[in-house]
Design a protein around this ligand. Structure first.
Ligand code: SF4
Length: 381
C-alpha cells in the first residue's frame, strides 16, 4: 500500500469539508441513517451507539432567504442558516435532528424549526447551566436519557451500554487525535495552511469518527516525522464560534499568519474534554458536560475565567496575537468581548476583532484590518 503525502491527505479532508452533501449521500446509500447535530455539545456518542451517523449542521455559507420569515434580522447566521438548509431541502435525507437550546438564539430556533419542518423527527436538548452540582449532573443525565429514547425510536433498536461504551471510546480517540493535530499543525505551519487546518477539523462533523481518526492518525504521524519548522511568519490564536471561512483564512495565509492554537467553538472547544471513565456510560456523558469550561455559553460561577484561559493558551502556544472572529449578533460572544479584550491588553497580547457572518461576501474591510494586524505582529517578532 502506498502512503499518501501530507498534501494528498489534506486535500482529502478538504474535499469532505467542502462537500458534506456527497458525504451524507454516501452514508445513506450505504444503508445508514443520519442524525443532524446542531451546535453545541450534542452527545453524539448516543447517535453512534444507535448505529446511526451523527452529521454536523453548522458552518455552511451562502445567502439566507426562506429562513428570514422566521427570524428578526438580528439573529445570528448559525441559527438562520440551520433553518435555511432545512427549508431548502438540504436536510431531507436526515432521519432526525438533535437541537440544543443553550443560548437565547438557539431557544427560539428550536421552536421555529419544529413548526417550519414538522415532518423531520426533532429531538430537543436542554443543557443545565448549573451543570457541576449533583442535581446538574442528574438533570443532564435525564435530558440525555430522553435523547436516547428518541434516538432508539428512530433507529428501531435499543442503545445498549456496551454499544455506548464503544462509541465513547471511538469519540475519545477522535478527540485525542484532533488535539494532537492542532498541536502538530501549529508546529508545522509551512505544511498545514489555515484553510487546511480548518478543513481537517470541520470534516470530522461529516465523517464517521472512526474513519476520520484513521485518516487523521496517518496525517499526524507524517507531521510528526517532519523536521523542525523554520516558520518566519507570525503565529496567532483564533477565537470565536466559527473559523471556517476560506476567504478569511486565506487572508491570514496571505499575511503569513499561522494558526498555532484556537479557542473556537467549532474547533477546540468541541474536543478538549474527553468523556471520563465511569461504570454507567450515561453518567459518564453527563460528567463530561459537567466538566466543560471556558466557554461564553456556559455559566461560570467563578466569574469569567475564559479571558485568562485565552491568555494562557496564547502564551503556551507561542502565539504573538489573537484574532477574534466575532459572529454578528452573537450576544454571548459580544457581551464577553470587553473582558476578553481587557485581559489580552493587560497581558500585552495584541488582538483584533473581525466581524463576520456566513453570508459575508465582501472581505475588503477584514483584509485591511488583518493586514494592519500582521504589521503589528511582525513588529513583535
Ligand atoms: S452562541 Fe452565538 S453564534 Fe451560537 S447560536 Fe448562540 S447567538 Fe448564535
Amino acid at each position: 500500500m502506498t502512503m499518501s503525502t501530507i498534501g494528498e491527505l489534506l486535500n482529502q479532508f478538504d474535499m469532505i469539508a467542502s462537500n458534506p452533501k456527497a458525504q451524507l449521500e454516501k452514508y445513506i446509500a450505504g444503508g445508514k441513517q443520519a442524525i443532524g447535530c446542531f451546535p453545541y455539545y450534542v452527545p453524539e456518542e448516543l447517535v453512534r451507539a444507535a448505529d446511526m451517523v451523527p452529521f454536523g449542521v453548522w458552518g455552511a455559507e451562502g445567502t439566507i432567504n426562506s429562513a428570514k420569515k422566521y427570524f428578526a434580522p438580528f439573529y445570528c447566521t448559525i441559527a438562520q442558516m440551520g433553518l435555511e438548509l432545512a427549508l431548502n431541502g438540504k436536510l431531507d435525507k436526515l432521519s432526525g435532528v438533535i437541537m440544543p437550546s443553550i443560548c437565547d438564539t438557539l431557544r427560539p430556533l428550536t421552536q421555529n424549526f419544529r413548526s417550519a419542518i414538522p415532518q423531520l423527527p426533532f429531538i430537543f436538548l436542554a443543557h443545565p447551566q448549573n451543570r457541576r452540582a449533583p442535581y446538574g449532573v442528574e438533570y443532564t443525565k435525564s435530558q440525555y436519557g430522553s435523547v436516547k429514547q428518541k434516538l432508539e425510536a428512530i433507529a428501531g433498536k435499543a442503545i445498549t451500554d456496551s454499544a455506548l461504551k464503544d462509541a465513547i471510546r471511538v469519540y475519545n480517540e477522535s478527540r485525542a487525535a484532533r488535539r494532537k493535530f492542532v498541536k502538530l499543525a501549529g508546529q508545522h505551519p509551512e505544511s498545514v495552511s489555515p484553510i487546511h487546518r480548518s478543513a481537517v477539523l470541520k470534516s470530522a462533523y461529516f465523517m464517521d469518527k472512526a474513519e476520520h481518526t484513521a485518516l487523521l492518525t496517518e496525517l499526524n504521524s507524517q507531521l510528526e516525522a517532519l523536521p523542525k519548522s523554520d516558520w518566519k511568519g507570525s503565529k496567532i490564536l483564533l477565537s470565536g464560534i466559527l473559523a471556517d471561512s476560506k476567504n478569511l483564512l486565506q487572508i491570514l495565509a496571505d499575511h503569513n499568519m499561522a494558526v498555532v492554537a484556537d479557542d473556537v467553538a467549532q474547533q477546540s472547544r468541541a474536543f478538549r474534554l474527553d468523556v471520563p471513565e465511569a461504570d454507567d456510560p450515561m453518567t459518564a456523558l453527563a460528567l463530561q458536560f459537567a466538566g466543560q469550561d471556558y466557554d461564553v455559553l456556559l455559566y461560570d460561577p467563578e466569574l469569567n475565567k475564559r479571558p485568562e484561559h485565552v491568555v494562557n493558551l496564547t502564551r503556551e502556544n507561542g502565539a504573538q496575537g489573537v484574532v477574534i472572529l466575532m459572529m454578528q449578533f452573537c450576544d454571548p460572544e459580544e457581551m464577553e468581548y470587553p473582558s476578553l479584550k481587557q485581559a489580552l491588553d493587560k497581558a500585552d497580547i495584541p488582538s483584533v476583532s473581525i466581524g463576520f457572518d456566513q453570508q459575508m461576501r465582501d472581505f475588503g474591510q477584514a483584509r485591511t484590518q488583518l493586514q494592519a494586524f500582521a504589521d503589528v505582529l511582525s513588529s513583535k517578532r
